[in-house]
Design a protein around this ligand. Sequence first.
Ligand code: NZQ
Ligand code: ZN
Length: 413
Amino acid sequence: MNNFTFCSPTKFVFGRGVTDHVGEELAAAGHTRALIVYGQGSVVRTGTLARVIASLDAAGVSHVELGGVRPNPEIGLVREGVALARAEQVDVILPVGGGSAMDCAKAIAIGACYDGDPWDFWAKKATVSRCLPVAAVVTIPASGSEASNSCVISNDEVGLKCGCNSELIRPALAFLDPELTFTLPPYQTAAGVTDMIAHIMERFFSGETAVHATDNLACGLIRAAIDAAEVVMADPKNYDARAELMWIGTLAHNGIAGCGLGIPGKRDGDWTCHGLEHELSALDPAITHGAGLAVIFPAWMRHVWTSHPERFLTFGAEVFGIEPVDPDVDDLSDIDEEVTPERAVHDAVEATIDALQEFFISIGMPETLGELGVTEKDIDQLLAGLKVNRGESFGTFAALTLEDARTIYESAL
Ligand code: NZQ
Ligand code: ZN
């Protein structure tokens, strides 16, 4: 087990009706003026925004609003938000929405404390040293941004989507009201489930050796996500299944699912699949992050599994009940005589990757890049962005090059 630092400073307020207590929690934390940040209208249509505003009013917390954050949020609106936060002298940023609203809010929170252009943080020209507090009202379990140290922003002018990571940008407060997620369209529900599973897998497949405490937590969370997903796809208003997904989404990305599996001082996982996917959403902001991951992750797994087959065997056994086969097993009496130990491992790994991909497809996620409108001629552009964001070589589970990335994209077309 490698050394690690785990700090999850967010206060989580979870359950039915917590949306109506946002104001009193903010007031108790000493906040007096909030900048509400929201997306393209779902929180208006569902009444969630009105409930949050009513709770602020009741608690004597004044507010200003910035709506219109698009999925895969863009730096232009962040700049507007920074100007608004300063002009209105707000003391807390309050996203009401998903990862896009939360990341836009986090970006405003760091931009408001910085004299230069906020894009500097994503262009790696500045590091975060100060940040306004963020309190998040989560409407979709997916990104885990409500507890993560990460903030992902696109810049259409330069055609990039980049991450900025800092411990300072973990939200101070997160409101997790599962009933808010009843209105999610099936595609967004499924993309969210895929994203949370991917956050756990990026850490599980870090390339480090087993940490049983963390591995059991990770595989247990994924099993629970699969079970709950099957329930909500059939019954979108099932409170307990929605609640499970909401909490799994947070635990998947606050860092607890990777303790001991990271390389100290570096990333707490491999994160290559996220890198490959972010280039898809940079290419076309209409591509939903989770949907891109549903295509990329299995393709990456098929490309790299031979680097650490034992991790795939553990994953297959724990998540899907696919019996692991010890590559050194002497007694092959229970295996077909024709099957060599190597073949048995290969088959178990293939079955594991197939099972994962079939699950993603079963909840409505795409199988190929073609379904997302990405074709072979786009690959050079994807690789150009990847080179800016990840360099010429990347990955801890397996060290990959841009040529490997090309192979993975091509295999997923
Ligand atoms: O924009 P509105 O109208 O609100 O509609 C949204 C949007 O169309 C809709 N939606 C959200 N909650 C709803 C709802 N519709 C009905 N009922 C509800 N309760 O769902 C759509 C997707 O929303 P979005 O916020 O984009 O989804 P998600 O939470 O998946 O966030 C995706 C963004 O987060 C980034 C992704 O790259 C992407 O930009 N990520 C952020 C991370 C982080 N900060 O730690 C980690 C992730 O790996 C990810 O990269
Ligand atoms: Zn993600």
